[in-house]
Structures are given as C-alpha cells and as structure tokens.
Design a protein. Structure first.
Length: 171
C-alpha cells in the first residue's frame, strides 16, 4: 500500500521545490527551485535578497512602492530569483549543472532563463506560468525542454507533502 503512494520523480522534486519556497523573503510571491542530476538533488534555491543584505520582509518591496507590474523591470528588485540562487549555490559548492534538470514553482523569467541556458541545464519543469514574453522567445530558440507541471498533479504534490508531514507529527 505505501509503495503505491510514492510520488513519481517529477512530483517528488516539485514538492521539494514547494518546500524550498517556504524560505522565500519576497513579499510578492514565494518561489522555490531544485536542481537535480541523475535523480539526485544537487542544489536548492528560493527567492530573496542576496546573502548579508536586508530582506524585503524587513524593509518593504521596491517594486510594490514603484507600482511595477509582475513580469516587468526585473532589475528593480533587490531579490534574486530561486532558479538563479539554486544555480549560484551549486557554483559556490563546485557542483556542475551541465546536463541537470531544474524544478521550480514558477515559470522562469527572462533573466533566469538566460542563466539556466548558460548553466547547461537541459530540462526545466515548472508549476505556475509567469508573464514574460522574452523568456518564451529565448526558450523557443533552444533545445532545452521547458515543461509545465500538469495542473492535476499539483494537488497530488500538495497531498504528498501533507502526508509526509503527518508521518512525523509528535503525539
């Protein structure tokens, strides 16, 4: 019975990306990412201010203050995106991302798409769409697979997370 309740690999890694998103310090959206190679996690990331700098949770959101819509003017954000943070963390630890897969809670923006392409990542699975036309145009020029996670499986990932926490509840 328990064996049949195991998530498939994509659901497993998306659920872990969902958990990584809980570390986000962004006031607009919480995003998590997981990089894998050969079905092994090599790095995780979430969106937030760079190490050693003030978090938006503490000082507010510049994009909100300026009324910048989602998907525009990425340079006006003090935070780094989850995908870029996961790639930077792998680089910091000396872990290659060439040939890796990246699982993220949101479709990568154009800045993250460029970093993903340059990092040699060959597969990206994401849950929620993100309004960035340039990102789509860039992806159409490559052989990298950008795959939306099936919406019907999001509920399964959430159910799997809830079940996994229930296994470790203290009585």
């Amino acid at each position: 019975m328990l064996e049949s309740m195991r998530p498939d690999w994509d659901t497993y890694f998306i659920a872990i990306a969902m958990m990584a998103a809980t570390r986000s310090t962004c006031l607009r959206r919480q995003v998590g990412a997981v990089i894998t190679r050969d079905r092994q996690i090599v790095s995780t990331g979430y969106n937030g201010a760079p190490s050693g700098t003030a978090h938006c949770l503490d000082i507010g959101c510049l994009r909100e203050m300026l009324g910048i819509p989602s998907g525009e003017r990425h340079e006006m954000c003090r935070g780094s995106h989850a995908e870029s943070n996961a790639i930077a963390q792998a680089a910091r630890m000396g872990i290659a991302t060439d040939g890796a897969a990246l699982y993220c809670t949101h479709e990568p923006c154009s800045l993250c798409t460029k970093v993903i392409l340059n990092a040699g990542i060959v597969k990206v699975v994401y849950m929620h769409p993100y309004p960035d036309k340039l990102a789509i145009e860039l992806r159409e020029e490559t052989q990298v697979a950008f795959e939306p996670f099936p919406p019907e499986k999001i509920a399964l990932a959430q159910k799997w997370l809830k079940r996994s926490f229930a296994l470790f509840e203290t009585k």
